[in-house]
Design a protein around this ligand. Sequence first.
Ligand SMILES: Cc1ncc(COP(=O)(O)O)c(C=O)c1O
Length: 372
Amino acid sequence: MRTMQHRVVLTINLSHLAQNYKAVCDISSPCTVMPVLKANAYGLGVAPIARALVAAGAPRIAVAEPFEALQLTDLGVPIQILSGILPDEIPEMIANDVVLPIVSEESARLISKEAVAQNRCATVHLKVDTGMGRAGILWQEMPRALKTIATLPGLSIEGLFTHFPLAYEQGSDFTVIQLQRLLDILEVSEAHGIHFRFIHAANSDAINNAPIACQAPFNLVRSGINLHGAFDAAGSLRVPLTPVLKLTTRLAQIRTLPAGTAIGYGHTYTTQGPTRVGTVCAGYADGLPLALSNQGEVIIRGVKVPIIGRISMDYLTVDLTAVPEVQVGDIVTLLGTDGEAAIQVDTWAKLKNTHAYDIICSIGSRVERAYI
Ligand SMILES: Cc1ncc(COP(=O)(O)O)c(C=O)c1O
């Protein structure tokens, strides 16, 4: 029996996750909302998150690659790979009924050939690069590619989709141009007798900033970061989100250091007077950005206290002047709410000059994921 607790714990509130799923559904209605749970659900732990979302009504789940797909095939809903597929990955994916992206004429031929060889039908979505510049069939090449794809056996062409690079920009002209490119392709497809069950483009950025991508003929949206209660602060937020994550640890040591004591690697902070300094069990190995050094805060007993000195691998130091009653072993909230005080993922993202995705995906592997 395990008795030793992890020091740093990421608590993931699955009912808040489900609430966010419903909020995204409401805003995107009548579109179907497909959770995007790639990279182990952005590092939060894909199995419990996928189960909670399916229980909340998610009719299908998207991931980035085959290993992730195989972890979810027993969920009872279609599992779909978004990004791309390597030739040697195709047989196992078809054997497991994973919905595949077609990113080139060549990939369409390979998927078709393998489906025929397995005496199966591969369900596919055509991925069009309308301006992301990352993967898919270039929109200019789609009319020709469609001619080929339409004739291939063993394919059930279920979807047409694209991805946005700039959808966080309110009223982005480029996003509208991308949508028009996809709509033009839709017209050509229909002329070839290809009718799609799902036409999709919107990610969280578009759901929040380009509602046009949630209207007919678009009937599916792909939502990732919003489900976890965070968003891309480069744009605005339309979905009423509930926080899902709380990152906590413990206070390891309390000392009163004399004036003039330099603290931590690089001696980046020096006490001005006698100072009660707390040593907190969390560092960059747990995913705390170095940028929190001398800039961030943590919450102890409902009070925010400043981080002083540089974040190290396993520890950080704080000025405890504002909380004289603290004791060794006290819970320290790094992210989330304690009483009236809250620290958001976005606050870290701003200090690190990054986005919420980077912060969430960077939570360290030794941090326990606990689900409530
Ligand atoms: C193709 C695609 N669609 C949707 C998403 C989900 O994005 P978000 O987490 O911003 O909702 C991603 C994630 O990067 C993606 O790559």
